[in-house]
Design a protein around this ligand. Structure first.
Ligand SMILES: Nc1ncnc2c1ncn2[C@@H]1O[C@H](COP(=O)(O)OP(=O)(O)OP(=O)(O)O)[C@@H](O)[C@H]1O
Length: 213
């Protein structure tokens, strides 16, 4: 592994749904501690790119490298290093907000996550709702809990699809500040967003996608 390799390199990425290309020859690199925002209209292919990176869509061509190595050859490392939030999460109906975060932290090797969980619940504004079951949270609160699940585990790369969804103004401000802190801690961030305030506040670069004809 080269020390100079970017955290993430996407080279000549192509993706088809059936025979229809939605991504053609997309290339960009993301360094440690930096953020790239994928921008563009509905249907431009932002989610598809993120899915290729987290492995839930299969590229037709191109390479995706994490720290210089093909991401598929690093399945274990990807699981360890890449925290993502692409879709709405399915929560366990009988586990409280705090229990979800506790479970995930322990699953990722943190044997005593209590303080981390409390801090994170406070950060996302869910401390008062810590013992509530997911079904009793508002949709914005569930979104905050989903974001917290990506932040309660170790990560070198954060992959987020429209993380601003359903957050109120204060929530988007918190998110921007939190993502800036993530960058300072060395985490790289790739996110798709329609929120220009969030993009301006967080992204070092934007990659603009357009729907293919
Ligand atoms: N599972 C699928 N099967 C077929 N076509 C798909 C599938 N998923 C997405 N597409 C198509 O691929 C194109 C890109 O979709 P994608 O969801 O990646 O766009 P997006 O930029 O994330 O859009 P949005 O801003 O609406 O979230 C669209 O034309 C969409 O209809």
């Amino acid at each position: 592994m080269s020390k100079a390799a970017p955290r993430l390199a996407v080279q000549g990425l192509r993706h088809l749904y059936a025979d229809r290309p939605v991504i053609e020859d997309l290339t960009f690199t993301l360094a440690a501690g930096r953020a790239i925002a994928l921008v563009g209209p509905n249907g431009a292919g932002k989610t598809t790119v993120l899915k290729c990176i987290v492995g839930s869509a299969e590229p037709a061509a191109g390479k995706i490298l994490l720290d210089g190595l093909p991401i598929d050859e690093r399945a274990e490392a990807v699981r360890r290093d890449v925290a993502s939030l692409l879709d709405d999460l399915d929560f366990f109906p009988d586990l409280s907000a705090a229990e979800h975060l506790d479970l995930l932290a322990r699953a990722h090797g943190n044997p005593e996550p209590e303080d981390l969980v409390d801090t994170l619940l406070d950060d996302v504004g869910l401390l008062a709702a810590a013992d509530q079951l997911p079904g009793s949270l508002s949709s914005g609160q569930r979104r905050r809990l989903a974001l917290a699940t990506a932040l309660v585990r170790p990560r070198k790369l954060l992959v987020l699809d429209e993380p601003e969804q359903r957050l109120d103004t204060a929530g988007v401000e918190w998110l921007a500040e939190r993502l800036r802190e993530e960058k300072k801690a060395g985490t790289s961030i790739l996110f798709a967003s329609h929120d220009t305030t969030l993009v301006d506040a967080v992204a070092d670069e934007t990659v603009a996608l357009t729907p293919l004809p």
